[in-house]
Write a protein that binds this ligand. Structure first.
Ligand code: GTP
Ligand code: MG
Length: 370
């Protein structure tokens, strides 16, 4: 019988492997991303996630195809999306700055990150990693929840001199709920008061067993200030990413997720999109949430105008009809009439949801934001 690994099917659906694993678990099948499932189960999952199936041959899972499920041969490796989480002031932005060789943290009002920064870094091996920096303030735990869901890997930053704090524990549970692997970065190791062992022991009390304690959660001691341990952190991210075998089809109409969106005085509505699959191009007509538009410009994380953006690249887009919400899905469509039609439909659906929905639980928020 033909089989397919959960990870491969996830790549072809442009869904998270972790989300498929969760759905299978609910269906009474506890499997990991690297395990195989049969054709019938694969088809059931595809339908469950709202995708269309076109079974090309009766016997061959590899030939399941449709606009929603990409053919196996179209998939290409894509960079991992890594979210940095942790307690306020534990050094998330500083760590990202160190990894990028820039200095965002010192320019921030009050040193607190107010929005989600999205960046792509090219590391020494030549590979690329996409990083999302989430706000540390408690009021934004909701945004962090979303951060965990568009992410492949979470790096949890714990200040070695401060230890586990409420938002560290929250970050751990968000990561678990999202089912994505975590890497623990024990930061501020340059500080005399830092004690990595104390952090490891505290983690154990929250059922996080790091490698040096005999567990399988990767850990690394770093100093964002002195720039130590950074290569090791990158190595661990790359190792984890390799296990996930992340792929996407770059040659199709783009789909992506809104990471943040604002109304800019000079430029109008601006949204940062993380491309999930396909390639977003200047001139593309799209629908995003209840808004629509035509890509007038694409701007990368270094402020440069670019012509196109492929899988895992965060990019700012101009040309929106209005400001979408974080978590909204962007889809490129064939023409403007179709864009207006889809946007109007979504506006109706969204209006209905807002007026009828009961307050969402954290779990349902995760799935709603898919
Ligand atoms: P929020 O965005 O507010 O959640 O904070 P954050 O987690 O992004 O922390 P941020 O990078 O703004 O750093 C907080 C403070 O810790 C700043 O004063 C940094 O200079 C300091 N800091 C960060 N990393 C290190 C480190 O490795 N060593 C030392 N000594 N200080 C650090
Ligand atoms: Mg910050």
């Amino acid at each position: 019988p033909e089989t397919i690994t959960v990870g491969e099917l996830a790549n072809r659906m442009a869904e998270r492997g972790a989300d498929l694993v969760k759905a299978l678990f609910k269906m009474g099948m506890p499997v990991t991303v690297n395990q195989s499932i049969d054709q019938d189960t694969a088809e059931l999952l595809v339908t469950e996630f709202g995708h269309n199936i076109k079974r090309v041959s009766d016997s061959d899972v590899d030939l399941i195809t449709s606009d929603d499920v990409d053919a196996a041969e179209t998939l290409q490796p894509r960079p991992p999306v890594v979210t940095i989480m942790g307690h306020v002031d534990h050094g998330k932005t500083s760590l990202l700055d160190a990894l990028r060789g820039t200095d965002v943290a010192s320019g921030e009002a009050g040193g607190i990150t107010q929005h989600i920064g999205a960046y792509q870094v090219q590391v020494k091996s030549g590979a690329k990693i996409t990083f999302l920096d989430t706000p540390g303030h408690e009021a934004f735990s909701e945004m962090r929840a979303r951060g965990a869901n568009i992410t492949d890997i979470v790096v949890i930053v714990v200040a070695g001199d401060d230890g586990l704090r409420p938002q560290t524990i929250e970050a751990i549970s968000h990561t678990r709920a999202a089912g994505v692997p975590m890497i623990i970065a024990i930061n501020k190791m340059d500080k005399p008061g830092s004690n990595a062992q104390r952090v490891r022991e505290a983690l154990l009390q929250h059922d996080v067993q790091v490698e040096s304690m005999g567990g399988d959660v990767q850990e690394v001691e770093v100093s964002a200030l002195k720039k130590t341990g950074l290569d090791e952190l990158i190595e661990k991210i790359e190792l984890q990413a390799e296990l996930l075998e992340l792929k996407a089809n770059p040659d199709r109409a783009a789909e992506g997720t809104v990471v943040e969106a604002t109304l800019d005085k000079g430029r109008g509505a601006v949204a940062t999109i993380l491309v999930g699959r396909g390639t977003l191009k200047v001139g593309d007509i799209f629908v995003v949430g209840a808004e629509s538009g035509k890509v007038r410009a694409l701007i990368d994380d270094k402020g440069r105008n670019i012509k196109e953006a492929g899988p895992s690249l965060p990019v700012e887009i101009l040309g929106l009809s209005g400001v979408p919400s974080a978590g909204d899905q962007l889809s490129v469509v064939e023409n403007e009439a179709r864009a207006r039609e889809v946007a109007a439909y979504r506006a109706g659906v969204i209006h209905q949801k807002r007026t009828t929905a009961a307050p969402a639980s954290l779990e349902s928020m995760f799935s709603a934001l898919r």
